[in-house]
Design a protein around this ligand. Structure first.
Ligand code: GTP
Ligand code: MG
Length: 188
């Protein structure tokens, strides 16, 4: 058959924002899938079993297939001591998922700093790669809205890349499908 287009996706954001929880939700066997797996179009091909989510050390690689695309997701650690790993993967990446903890207002400025550093990096600046934002943890009582998150991160200043923000609850899997559908459309 036709070869699927290979897309490398970098999953970035501060520690504890929910990156691994989001990626894990794509695994059909995930015990976190209270709402059932995402649409069958999203077929997980990694051999790694779904397991208890712990802070990521370094990074993990997961592979997913949709009908037309073959995604390799680099789930990076958001801990400050590992953030210097991120830039080594910029050159070979075709899309970015940037996850924000909508309930962590105190560190929103740190998330903005990391985002600005990312977008100004020489390996990213000139690329038209799509950037998908998840305003995650929308279930928290003091979570700010996705509109507010995009204001706090000044997303309106991103002119040279297609971007999209979704509110999400990674534990329940809410909002993830919308984001992935947008990403798939932007990468096709
Ligand atoms: P690092 O690997 O350290 O960079 O963190 P991470 O971004 O991968 O975060 P992780 O997925 O490990 O989630 C951190 C914590 O947030 C876990 O306890 C998750 O259960 C929790 N969490 C993730 N998503 C949500 C959400 O939408 N709502 C709530 N309430 N908690 C969430
Ligand atoms: Mg993680």
């Amino acid at each position: 058959g036709l070869r699927k287009k290979e897309v490398n996706v970098l999953c970035l954001g501060l520690d504890n924002s929910g990156k691994t929880t989001i990626i894990n939700q794509l695994k059909p066997s995930s015990h976190l899938n209270h709402l059932g797996p995402l649409s069958p179009e999203w077929k997980h091909v990694s051999q790694t079993p779904a397991q208890e989510i712990v802070p990521t050390i370094g990074f993990n690689i997961e592979k997913f297939k949709s009908s037309s695309l073959s995604f390799t997701v680099f789930d990076m650690s958001g801990q400050s001591r590992y953030r210097n790993l991120w830039e080594h993967y910029y050159k070979e990446s075709h899309a970015i998922i940037f996850v924000i903890d909508s309930g962590d207002k105190l560190r929103m400025v740190v998330a903005k700093e990391e985002l600005d550093t990312l977008l100004n990096h020489e390996d990213i600046r000139s690329k038209k790669m799509p950037v998908l934002f998840f305003a995650n943890k929308m279930d928290l009582r003091d979570a700010v809205s996705s509109v507010k998150v995009s204001q706090m991160l000044s997303l309106e200043n991103i002119k040279d890349k297609p971007w999209h923000i979704c509110a999400s609850n990674a534990i329940k899997g809410e909002g993830l499908q919308e984001g992935l559908d947008w990403l798939q459309g932007s990468c096709s």
